[in-house]
Design a protein around this ligand. Structure first.
Ligand code: AP5
Ligand code: MG
Length: 214
């Protein structure tokens, strides 16, 4: 199974990907997570990407394409994968099509998370992430037992530096301008599954399963 998960910042892409990893036994490839790992390790890729991410802007298409090309060739992707947060521009979508053609692969479904902007700020300002295992929490909607520690592994929880009101606004505006056209691109390929993502995490899981089982 090869899936794309497209949606606004805070739309629940990461949350639902974690569930799909277990459900389909395939890896999640989040371009945002790979970039943050590079920032943490102070690689040249991380140093370049940080300037854009801190401002809520997109990192260059060429840098992202190189990263994806390398990752899709890893052996754990042989039985499929979930692309979370990629592609986010039309050049990235076209680049992915070219790459898939070379690899003789195709995407089964593009899951599109629909969430109105007014829910996003509340979700993102209350997000906490585990530094060790990446588990996602929300202080309002999916709280950990201890606000500083991960229930799953005991790791420290942190708040992402781009989850502040100014950067969230910028990320949302870039989503509307540059990523929304990608949804039309996949509608033309007839592979989109539009998911109302305003309900609870569990209700959304059920909608995703239902939509891709049809
Ligand atoms: P990235 O890390 O992908 O960030 P994003 O797209 O802004 O999305 P988020 O990770 O913030 O949200 P999410 O949809 O995963 O939501 P989550 O499940 O965590 O990218 C970061 C940056 O990297 C970009 O701004 C850009 O600079 C760069 N970048 C990355 N990819 C790129 C690319 N392809 N090209 C160029 N640049 C790129 O949920 C959010 C919160 O809500 C959590 O607290 C969660 O618990 C809660 N929640 C989830 N679902 C629900 C629900 N149903 N009800 C209530 N709360 C919920
Ligand atoms: Mg995410």
């Amino acid at each position: 199974m090869r899936l794309l998960i497209i949606g606004p910042p805070g739309g629940g892409k990461g949350t639902q990907s974690k569930f799909l990893i277990d459900y389909f036994q395939i890896p999640q490839i989040s371009t945002g997570d790979i970039l943050r790992e590079n920032i943490k390790n102070k690689t040249s890729l991380g140093i370049e990407a940080k300037q854009f991410m801190d401002l809520g802007k997109l990192v260059s298409d060429s840098l992202i394409m190189n990263m994806i090309k390398k990752r899709l060739n890893d052996t754990d992707c042989n039985n499929g994968y979930i692309l979370d947060g990629f592609p986010r521009t039309i050049p990235q979508a076209k680049g992915l099509d070219k790459l898939l053609q070379e690899m003789n692969q195709k995407i089964d479904h593009a899951i599109v998370m629909n969430v109105p902007d007014n829910l996003i700020v509340q979700r993102l300002s209350n997000r906490r992430t585990c530094k060790s295992c990446g588990t996602l929490y929300n202080l309002l909607f999916d709280p950990p037992s201890n606000i500083k520690k991960c229930d799953r592994c005991g790791g420290d929880l942190y708040q992402r530096s781009d989850d502040n009101p100014k950067t969230i606004k910028q990320r949302l505006s870039i989503y509307h301008e540059q990523t929304k056209p990608v949804i039309n691109y996949y509608e033309d390929q007839n592979i989109t599954k539009l998911i109302d993502s305003t309900g609870t995490i569990d209700e959304i899981k059920q909608s995703i399963i239902k939509s891709i089982s049809n």
